[in-house]
Design a protein around this ligand. Structure first.
Ligand code: NAG
Ligand code: NAG
Ligand code: NAG
Ligand code: NAG
Ligand code: NAG
Length: 412
């Protein structure tokens, strides 16, 4: 009753005083959780060796390493790989940077680091490098303030949740602080791609009372709930990163060194033992013989990293908060990789496509439906279709943007 009265009187107030009535409606503060490659990273170098005379060994301060297109130019790609890659210690089962390299995320709590992939303003002219920019712009036009009521939670996306414990401490603080700064209003978390299983892992470890107090809802965009076939290409041949022309064999050591790549491989909860993921002339690989997959390409660290990460969210324990599950479909997506005779793993494979958003297979995007009936909070599912709903395009899709505005203003 009290809320009804309050709404009626504030409506009267805005009619009488001619102020914009929208200013009286609720606006939940927003925390953005980016995906794989979606956080800007900076590096400081103090190295004793480097792979090439062109590579710098030291820098006086932190400088942009991801995403910095200049770092990916052919003549300096080796420098990038040596600086950006991780090394695996099979005893501690943890990864570490190349000695003399210090890497950290930039701009935690602000939005700069997640609005654009490349901090260089020149590249902002290319809309393909805009990331959460569209959603943030929409929120700002509603009156949101960057760093106050809309905030970014970038992380070292090279790592999987088992190595992100410091991040989770910071994320919890960020959410609590954002709640307080915004008049004790619950936050809406918006995650993209790998940010979704990362945030699920976090929520699965928070007490229900904390979730009830701080989380209004979880908007999942293009969630990789059960992995995807594409990371297998990063592991095997290396991936050309789509638009950017890079030598795949040269960048492969960096791509396969990331535990996040292992974390995002197809899950046995989503692919049957009869589903062939990688077909070579010599052998077929499925979720059942990942060990052989890695042994045959002489990359056994990859198998250990898969073993460390495959069960972090594989049970898909419900988040126990209201969920808006949004994703694309109808975009050809790698379903199986095919290598010819003696081509595995060093040649770029051909592929058989299946349904998905171009990056994530549809069966994985639909993983949120497994929470229906398993949590008492709603799970509202909306699939978009066609090229506008592609894995990255979904962040600028007008239907998605309208949906997000409706969620943060309490209309959904
Ligand atoms: C760089 O590393 C060397 C050891 O290799 C160390 O003695 C030196 O203090 C470091 N310099 C800076 C600026 O951190
Ligand atoms: C903060 O919340 C209280 C109670 O919900 C409300 O009365 C007050 O107007 C709000 N202040 C602002 C600045 O939104
Ligand atoms: C891989 O699977 C396909 C389809 O089932 C089959 O035709 C082919 O013989 C298999 N290849 C090998 C090397 O076992
Ligand atoms: C793996 O290593 C073995 C032994 O060093 C070598 O014979 C084989 O060709 C390597 N395979 C690949 C795919 O690199
Ligand atoms: C989805 O989009 C694809 C490609 O644009 C199209 O072929 C397909 O018919 C669409 N499906 C639905 C259900 O709209």
């Amino acid at each position: 009753m009290a809320t009804v009265k309050l709404k009626a009187s504030s409506l009267l107030l805005c009619v009488l005083s001619f102020v914009a009535c929208s200013s009286t409606s609720v606006r939940y503060p927003v925390v953005l959780i980016p995906g794989d490659g979606g956080s800007q990273l900076v590096a400081k170098l103090n190295k004793t060796s480097s792979p090439h005379y062109l590579c710098r060994k030291s820098t006086s301060d932190y400088e942009s390493i991801w995403l910095n297109l200049e770092e990916l130019l052919p003549e300096v790609l080796d420098c990038f790989v040596d600086n950006m890659r991780l090394w695996y210690n099979p005893k501690t089962r943890k990864t570490f940077n190349t000695p003399g390299v210090d890497i950290k995320v930039s701009g935690f709590g602000g939005t700069e680091s997640v609005e654009f992939l490349d901090p260089n303003p020149v590249s902002h002219l290319s809309s393909s490098l805009a990331y959460f920019y569209y959603i943030v712009s929409d929120l700002v036009s509603l009156g949101y303030v960057r760093g106050q009521s809309v905030r970014g939670a970038p992380f070292d996306f090279r790592k999987a949740p088992n190595e992100l414990s410091d991040y989770f401490i910071d994320l919890q603080k960020l959410i609590e602080e954002t709640y307080q700064k915004n008049n004790n209003t619950k936050i809406v978390a918006i995650a993209h791609s790998m940010g979704n299983p990362v945030f699920l892992y976090f929520l699965n470890r928070q007490p229900q009372s904390w979730k009830n107090k701080f989380i209004q809802s979880f908007v999942t965009l293009a969630g990789v709930w059960g992995g995807a076939v594409k990371p297998l290409r990063l592991m095997a041949s290396g991936d050309n990163l789509g638009v950017i022309i890079v030598n795949t064999i040269k960048i492969r050591p960096q791509q396969r060194s990331m535990p996040s790549t292992a974390f995002l491989m197809p899950s046995a909860q989503f692919w049957a033992p009869s589903d062939i993921l990688v077909r070579t002339f010599e052998k077929n690989y499925t979720v059942k013989n990942y060990k052989e997959f890695f042994t045959d390409m002489n990359f056994t660290d990859g198998y250990d990293m898969r073993a460390d990460t495959e069960n972090l969210v594989s049970s898909l324990t419900p988040p126990q908060v209201p969920v808006h599950c949004i994703h694309g479909s109808g975009v050809p997506t790698p379903g199986m990789l095919i290598f010819g005779k003696n081509q595995f793993p060093d040649s770029y494979p051909s592929q058989v496509d299946e349904d998905g958003d171009g990056t994530v297979n549809i069966r994985s995007l639909l993983g949120c439906l497994r929470w229906l009936g398993r949590q008492k909070y709603p799970v509202i599912h909306t699939a978009f279709n066609g090229s506008d709903s592609e894995h990255m395009s979904i962040l600028s899709n007008s239907g998605v943007r309208k949906y997000v505005v409706d969620v943060v203003t309490g209309k959904r």
